[in-house]
Design a protein around this ligand. Sequence first.
Ligand SMILES: [Zn+2]
Length: 319
Amino acid sequence: MAKAKKRQKAREQKSSLKYYFTFLALILIFLLSPQEEYDQWGFRVSEIRQREKILNSSLNYARTIVEATQDQQALEVYNFFAANARMAIPREGGVVIHETDGQIPEHPFEVIALLEADCKQHSAWAELYSLEMVLALFNSQFRFLALRDNTTTQPLWAGLIILHEMNHARNLLDPKVEQLPQTQQGYCLEETRTHKFMARLVNKLAGRGYRELILLKVNEVALWLKEQGFQPGSTIISHTPIPYDSINFEFWNNKSFWAGVEDFIYQIGGPPLSLEDKAARQNLFWIELHFELIQRYYPGSQKDKDAEMACWLCQYFQE
Ligand SMILES: [Zn+2]
């Protein structure tokens, strides 16, 4: 009997020792594992830092362009962004604002630095994240500018893409800027004025050789149109869409047309890092070339020419 009691006691001692060591091990695991830090508004610090990194590098890309071009509009766009943008954090299908000082800017709009992890929160974020070429995107309906990490585009071109989207945000929200109607034509005109801004910046960054190439290629296209029996001034217009398609067909895929151009544009800001980087440069060149063609040959007032550019641009986007 006494033996059985002794065994029972020994078993109890053993099991309480087991609990003791398990408890000790849990405390040690807790103490040694990295603790998740939260800021005063309850956001995970590591998450905010990741988003800030994207935001700050985007701002740096844009600022580099402002400094290199000394362009007044670029400076205004940048300052508008810096004064009015608020960091927004995706939470499920919506966002929450990450307040830092509690001050509401005069013309607030949300900036979302997208992380891969956001894709799990809602299909809308996954869709936005998966869009190719989206280093930056301004959504005029919900008034947010989405940014993402750049690994595929040289900083100079990334800066231009970001300033393009910042310009849309500023044009929509700054009452000092002429407001365009919220129609399809208004959208096309908005893209036109933003691409004119882009063209001016690229020319300032790339130097005289770029403009010379544009003019050379405009002459080439105009000459070809004349040879085909078209008046260059009545070519790209929506009433006669055939030449527009013909120009694309004749030149866009024509290696000899791009030969000298690519050599030049792939030097600006360093060699392209990806297909998107190449496409961004080609697109800007192609758009400026068409604007120049319309500017030179399309009859009518500047307003007529701008309407024609808008019409051409929206056709081009639909391709
Ligand atoms: Zn745009």
